[in-house]
Design a protein around this ligand. Structure first.
Ligand code: ATP
Ligand code: MG
Length: 576
């Protein structure tokens, strides 16, 4: 029940509306309860005693009661839907907010599709828990209790006889409820798997097509789909078994009442009208029992969804700001890595005993084979991950002692895989500094050589770039990302293969822009193409997470057996 009470926490802001809605539910259900009582009077007083005044009264009462019930039903449905939608919005927002705060490692471990399914399907399941099930729960409870009380008032002995059947029903509900919850867990999990697969395959459709793996993917999808089907069928089997079993036990109860009640009328203990009213109450009773058992099943299913939603909300970020985190003051840009060890998984070290000291305004080139740990280094400085051992300081301040915003505001990152938002080029550049003027955006675009390809586009800077920037070429995307960093104007720059997707001609142009950008800033330049980094103040050669060589281009080239010398001669001979 823990999840349910947490869910109610989201309902709390709307408690006034909730109270009114519950009031409407009670009125609507109570209105219904009066009807058998009216029928009893029709039978006993109008039909038996030929009382016409009573007939008029009863007919008038029926019209009035159903008018009230109409209003109450409207109030109940409208307000509950309102609350349900508000809760959905709030929960979704809470998840989204929380996801924004989670650390990079969370996203490394999760499939995007599963997170999306949590945000859509699971939250929708919560809404039905709040709205439909709560309405049913309250309405049916009122009907149940009201019918019970009425039955006792009519004839308590008859009522007791009827209830010999109840324990059986309760046992059935209990057993099924538990199994339904497990089945519900399964179904939602399978749906999330399908979403994840869809998301992955569609996202990688180029790869799929280029390897002609359509058939393979279809098979994979079919298998996933089949698993979903099996899970749904298993849950459906349970749900569809539950109702008939409950209904059958109710029918037995009716048979018992008919026999004992008919006997009582014949022997004159109760009136015919009372027996009819009693029967209607008893039949009405089977409805709430049946519906409450459904509600119980639905709530179990919704709780499974709630569990998953709260699991996200309960996930703690690995990398968190300290309680007393300070603002990092405007920095000069001295950076120091001291005895840094880092591991993504807690086992394999991606960086090992790494030491590096960079003075403000210096540029450092990071080279080394793929997987050496270059991007990892770039991830540690903005604190996407925390070092496992050692420390990283900027101007002598440990990056773990300052707020994320003040740290990241002063670091510009052009990542290895440029991702643009589905917006215009201008908006994508503006992402670097939201309050920049048009002139500043234009200047940044010009400096990064964005203008050169934009001029051929009819909408210029307002050209939309498509999802993830897909309507631009790789090199064009990179230039937009560089313009974004230029606009941000940070003291520390990290360029992870920022020119890798450019041809030699544009590379030269962008390199100029970058050289201008790097001037006077601390810059970390990661590059496979060594031609771009020869002017760096120092070059660091990484291998298997360890620093193996360090020096200027000339110094490293002089080491004849060195890694850098080897890399350089390979690239040089390739060109030749
Ligand atoms: N998110 C991650 N989770 C777990 N391991 C990772 C993660 N990112 C990188 N690694 C591992 O850490 C090591 C260093 O990776 P890194 O991305 O830093 O290499 P790199 O030097 O940037 O290579 P490249 O030149 O190909 O970009 C690799 O062994 C890689 O498998
Ligand atoms: Mg890399």
């Amino acid at each position: 029940m823990n999840s349910y009470s947490r869910l109610l926490y989201f309902v709390r802001p709307y408690y006034k509306r909730m109270i009114f809605a519950v009031f409407c539910m009670i009125v609507a259900a109570a209105a219904y309860l009066v009807v058998p009582w009216l029928i009893k009077n029709v039978v006993d007083q109008v039909l038996e005693e030929k009382n016409l005044l009573m007939l008029n009264l009863i007919v008038g009462a029926i019209v009035l009661i159903f008018l009230i019930r109409g209003f109450a039903t409207y109030g109940q449905t409208y307000n509950m839907s309102y609350i349900g939608q508000r809760v959905i919005i709030d929960v979704r927002e809470a998840i989204f907010k929380h996801i924004q705060r989670l650390s990079m490692s969370y996203f490394d471990r999760r499939k995007t599709g599963v997170i999306m399914s949590n945000l859509t399907n699971d939250v929708a399941a919560l809404q039905s828990a709040v709205v439909d099930n709560l309405i049913s729960f309250i309405t049916e409870s009122v009907t149940l209790i009201g019918s019970l009380v009425s039955m006792f008032l009519i004839d308590w002995k008859l009522t007791l006889v009827t209830f010999t059947t109840v324990p059986v029903v309760l046992v059935i509900i209990n057993v099924f409820g538990k199994r339904l919850r497990t089945a519900g867990h399964d179904v939602q999990g399978r749906i999330a798997d399908i979403t994840a697969l869809l998301q992955e395959v569609i996202g990688a459709i180029r790869v799929v097509k280029s390897f002609a793996r359509e058939g393979f993917e279809v098979n994979r999808f079919e298998a996933e789909n089949k698993r979903n089907f099996d899970a749904v069928i298993k849950a459906t089997k349970l749900t569809s078994l539950l109702s008939p079993m409950v209904e059958f036990s109710a029918a037995i109860a009716v048979a018992v009442i008919l026999w004992y009640g008919g006997y009582s009328v014949v022997t004159g203990t109760i009136t015919a009208g009372s027996l009819i009213a009693f029967l209607i109450y008893a039949i009405n009773l089977s409805n709430p029992v049946k519906r409450l058992s459904q509600v119980y099943g639905n709530i179990q299913k919704a709780l499974a969804a709630a569990d998953r939603v709260f699991e996200i909300l309960d996930t703690k970020a690995d990398v968190v700001e300290k309680e007393d985190a300070k603002e990092l003051p405007n920095i000069k840009g001295d950076v120091e890595f001291k005895n840094v060890d880092f591991s993504y998984d807690g086992e394999k070290l991606a960086l090992q005993n790494f030491n590096l000291s960079v003075k403000a305004g210096e540029s450092v080139a990071l080279v080394g084979p793929s997987g050496a740990g270059k991007t990892t280094l770039a991830n540690l400085l903005p604190r996407f991950y925390d070092v496992t051992h050692g420390s990283i300081t900027i101007d002598g301040v440990d990056v773990r002692d300052v707020t994320f915003k003040s740290l990241r505001d002063q670091i510009g990152l052009v990542p290895q895989e440029t991702v643009l938002f589905n917006a215009s080029i201008k908006e994508n550049i503006l992402y670097g500094r939201l309050d920049a003027t048009d002139e500043e955006v234009y200047a940044a675009a010009k400096a990064a050589n964005v203008m050169e390809f934009i001029e051929k586009m009819p909408d210029g800077l307002d050209t939309m770039v498509g999802e993830r920037g897909s309507s631009l070429s790789g090199g064009q995307r990179q230039r937009v990302a560089i313009a974004r960093a230029i606009l941000k104007d940070p003291r520390i720059l990290i360029l992870d293969e920022a020119t890798s997707a450019l041809d030699t001609e544009s590379e030269k142009l962008v390199q100029e822009a970058l050289d201008r950008l790097m001037e006077g800033r601390t810059a970390f330049v990661i590059a496979h193409r060594l031609s771009t980094i020869q002017n760096a103040h120092q070059i660091i050669v990484l291998q298997n997470g360890q620093l193996v060589e360090q020096g200027t281009h000339d110094e490293l080239l002089a080491l004849e057996e060195g890694v850098y010398n080897h890399l350089y001669s390979v690239q040089f001979s390739n060109k030749g």
